[in-house]
Design a protein around this ligand. Sequence first.
Ligand code: 48H
Length: 265
Amino acid sequence: MDTAPLSEPKITSLIVESFAKDFGECMEMDVAIVGAGPAGLTAARILAAEGYNVSVFERKLAVGGGIWGGGMLFPRIVVQEAGKRIMEDVGIKLSAHEGYYVADSVETVAKCAAAAIDAGVRIWVGVAVEDVMIRDNDEVCGVVINWGAVEAAGLHVDPLALAAKCVIDATGHDAEIARGVLRKIPGARFNTDDGAVPGERPMHAEIGEAALVGNTQEVYPGLIVAGMAANAVFASPRMGPIFGGMFLSGERAAEVAREIIERRS
Ligand code: 48H
């Protein structure tokens, strides 16, 4: 057993050096994913398992996004047959009820996050993406980050920037990254009918779920929308605490990211 006295400076240097090493490997990523909800964590896990350099940036200290709260704080989520496969891939237990499957929301977050980390994803919590980088050919080519605490305190602190071959906006209802691109680039036209980010429509679970995979697209060169952000960009309905579409959207976002990386290589 180690009998050396505990050294506070040693603990500090271990933390700083370990952080610097891992963060240093994120200067030029394949994929930067904004938001650690079900869509972002699923896309991240699939891409990292294929060997891509993937980071997820989550503004809050906790990963999981809207999964935790289940339906109105009852800690359960529901999926149908299609989403079940992706949950089973990460070992989430499901109880069957005539075509519907119920899962514990805490188990869902824990297993989605653990599987992503085991696949090699770096998850940076407490880090907000406040902007993207755009270069030649008007392509999104990275993220601009700051501490979530700096953002919350409203401090005037300049951000840092990291390069990525593509960026996935998995920020949920607000579609923050897509909205930001639209606001900052006057001529930006998204692949939507009117080129705007209209926001989601009122609840219609069946239509909202069905629309998610089709809405998961590259909406601006190098920028993919996934999960609830995809329905917000394409004005599709919300769906309440049924989550299969979110996992499937994450899976689709991984496919689109792969295509963008190949195009840019
Ligand atoms: C860093 C950010 C930023 C930023 C936001 O809301 P989420 O869970 O997103 P999805 O799309 O994976 O899942 C949606 C689902 O949870 C949901 O809300 C459903 C099914 N609603 C249906 C209904 O009818 O209401 O996760 C998004 C995450 C959150 O953790 C945010 O904190 C984070 O993204 N985030 N992180 N930088 N700029 N913006």
